[in-house]
Design a protein around this ligand. Structure first.
Ligand SMILES: [Fe+2]
Length: 244
């Protein structure tokens, strides 16, 4: 990715490779999302289709082919943005295998691996598992941990888990209230108390662009000072992708 260009927000989590997962269904929808995010101030994106053991089991080649088509469409559109490739792993066997084999699909060829944790309970072995990812050369990024029940009751438990082992990425969808009041409250608490290292749109559709992204962007600008917003959406993600 070319991150030297101009400043701008950097979205490390969105579902815009058409027809691959439950995200954008068509190339037109993907481009509509990207145009809308451009208008919100985004310039850099890492597309992150789901990858798991049951529902989104497509191969690496399928992801590569889908991403290549998206990259071609973006180039043809003339939209001056920068696009990288990643996946959002569900915590499970596929992730463990890829990490063990050191073949994990990282965010834009960085060492950061995006993963979503189980939502109902936290395995007692999770700190060891995350530490093990680090020992294999990867750094986990926890996607929307505000959706995990154990952290809604005890935000400090998330700080303890992530401390030195993982980054915390809160999602726009949670901040918008898509998953209910408890998750929304937890998400804002993580952001405002600076437990969150990153916020990402996790945008799946043009509808979410209007119902989720644009309203949350307004609220973030109102509730956070400019320096904090810049760290969450530009400086930190930029540093992640440029640090070898
Ligand atoms: Fe996602």
């Amino acid at each position: 990715m070319n991150l030297d260009a101009e400043n701008g927000f950097c979205d490390l989590h969105l579902h815009i490779v058409p027809g691959i997962d439950d995200g954008a269904r068509t190339m037109d929808a993907s481009l509509e999302i990207l145009r809308g995010l451009y208008d919100c101030g985004y310039r850099h994106f890492v597309a992150t289709p789901h990858a798991d053991d049951h529902r989104f089991t497509y191969s690496r080649e399928t992801i590569d082919a889908g991403f290549a088509k998206l990259a071609d469409a973006v180039a043809a559109s003339g939209l001056p943005i920068d696009l990288g490739k990643g996946v959002e792993y569900t915590y499970g066997e596929r992730l463990r295998r890829d990490v063990t084999d050191r073949t994990a699909m990282t965010l834009a060829d960085s060492r950061y691996v995006l993963l979503e944790l189980p939502e109902e309970f936290m395995p007692a072995t999770m700190p060891d598992t995350l530490f093990g990812f680090g020992a294999s050369g990867y750094y986990p990024v926890l996607a929307h941990p505000e959706r995990c029940k154990p952290f809604q009751d005890d935000v400090d438990a998330l700080s303890r888990l992530a401390n030195g082992r993982a980054l915390v990425q809160v999602s726009f969808r949670s901040l918008a209230g898509t998953f209910g009041r408890t998750i929304k409250k937890t998400a804002w608490r993580l952001v405002e108390s600076e437990v969150a290292d990153l916020v990402a749109t996790d945008c799946h559709s043009p509808r979410e662009l209007r119902k989720v992204v644009q309203p949350v962007m307004k609220q973030l600008r109102r509730r956070l000072d400019a320096g904090h917003l810049n760290r969450l959406m530009s400086a930190f993600p930029r540093r992640m992708l440029t640090t070898p």
